[in-house]
Write a protein that binds this ligand. Structure first.
Ligand code: FAD
Length: 370
């Protein structure tokens, strides 16, 4: 059995690994000339780490990560309490995105990845799918997985009219910078006024990841650094200790990643008989829950589980869609509760309710597969 996976991002690579383990010959097609990831950090929660353990790379992933805790403060520096939840509900692993993708590419096997090979279209037949690629090659496969991100071309063909949409007024700025002198001695995430969130977290290799997000924000007009610096007035009450401003000021302009947040609308279907979506291609969501990749890693595990279970491909993809559509409707409800929290205290409590649910519910590979 052969699977073609489009996209060598975190979800495509994890899907490749899961399908190889399920006995598939896998070809991952990536349109970029190299394996890469925007150079900021990524929080992985316990549910994603359990998948990596299952796929045999958990220890390697932990070796490139810093165990961290998600606690929110208000702009005056007070901890926002979340009664009823334990330390494990706050714990995640902060990893460097590019290092994670490199590690996963090695685990999948570089020979199984075609670079500079962009998906253009597919043709579905009764017993196979033909995948057309930009490098004038066509591949036949038993299943095609679209893990090609929020602007997925596979989704454009599978679910026409479901283009990614701007999360109006929601912008993010972030960067990872070295801190060789160890000037940052704590991690701090702040829920500010005017829909702002941000803070800084130390990474495993002595760098610092800083981020600034804002809902309902005016369109950015200035440079990324200027805009990030303007937003932090909502995070630090009178410039609490100036750490945010210092970190942003020390970041070269070209290292600041600035995004208009994009969302994929709820999809009426995620699969046909031989084509299926995973990761942001299926459910790009607002980063205020910092879990899009974590949840996408579960998509990969579920696909591996269902396609490896001996049933035929159309039945496995139908089972995947049956589980995933209501699952992500629930994620969307929990995410909306966080987003629309009227005050930082409620935001913090809805957030930990979400993380608690995400890490304690049954893993996808344990969910019913009928
Ligand atoms: C500001 C911000 C912070 C976030 N923080 C977190 C966090 O802390 N924790 C977390 O779990 N999630 C987080 N997320 C979400 C996370 O970044 C995404 O959910 C995740 O990166 C999606 O991975 P993916 O592999 O599905 O897509 P992508 O990472 O977008 O990968 C898609 C790949 O497909 C390739 N591609 C695209 N089109 C084609 C084509 N036609 N042919 C071939 N290849 C193609 C691309 O080049 C790319 O390599 C955050 C998101 C944002 C915006």
């Amino acid at each position: 059995m052969r699977a073609v996976v489009i996209g060598a991002g975190i979800v495509g690579l994890t899907t490749g690994l899961a399908l190889r383990r399920a006995g598939f010959e896998v070809v991952i097609c990536e349109r970029a000339p190299e394996i890469r990831a925007a150079g900021a950090s990524l929080g992985l929660w316990a549910n994603a780490l359990a998948v990596f353990d299952d796929l045999g790379v958990g220890e390697q992933v932990r070796n490139i990560g810093a165990p961290t805790e998600m606690h929110f403060h208000d702009p005056a520096g007070s901890l926002l309490d979340t009664p009823g939840y334990g330390p494990e509900d706050h714990q995640y692993l902060l990893v460097h995105r590019a290092k994670l993708n490199d590690l996963l590419a090695d685990a999948v096997g570089r020979d199984n990845i075609r670079l500079s090979s962009g998906f253009t279209a597919y043709e579905e037949h009764a017993d196979h799918v033909t995948v057309h690629l930009s490098d004038a090659v066509s591949l036949d496969a038993d299943v095609l997985v679209g893990a090609d991100g929020a602007h997925s071309a596979v989704r454009a063909q599978l679910v026409p009219g479901a283009a990614a949409q701007k999360h109006a007024g929601h912008y993010s700025w972030r960067a990872v910078i070295p801190d060789a002198a160890g000037t940052v001695t704590e991690d701090r995430l702040i829920l500010g006024t005017n829909g702002s969130r941000g803070g800084y977290v130390r990474t495993h290799d002595g760098s610092v990841y800083w981020l600034v997000n804002q809902f309902n924000s005016p369109s950015p007009m200035g440079s990324s650094k200027q805009e990030a610096l303007e937003r932090i007035v909502h995070l630090e009450d009178g410039g609490r200790d100036g750490t945010m401003a210092r970190l942003i000021a020390a970041t070269p302009e070209e290292r600041v990643l600035h995004h208009q947040v994009m969302l994929v609308p709820p999809l009426p279907h995620w699969a046909s008989r031989r084509v299926v979506l995973a990761g942001d291609a299926a459910h790009a969501m607002s980063p205020h829950i910092t879990a899009g990749a974590t949840l996408g890693i579960e998509d990969a595990a579920l696909l591996g589980h269902l396609l490896g279970a001996g049933r035929d491909v159309p039945a496995a993809l139908a089972a995947y869609e049956t589980v995933q559509i209501p699952h992500y409707a629930h994620v969307a409800r929990l995410s909306a509760a966080v987003e629309h929290a009227p005050a930082p205290q409620e935001f913090a409590r809805h957030y930990v309710a979400f993380s608690h649910w995400m890490i304690t519910r049954q893993q996808p590979t344990m969910r019913p597969s009928h």
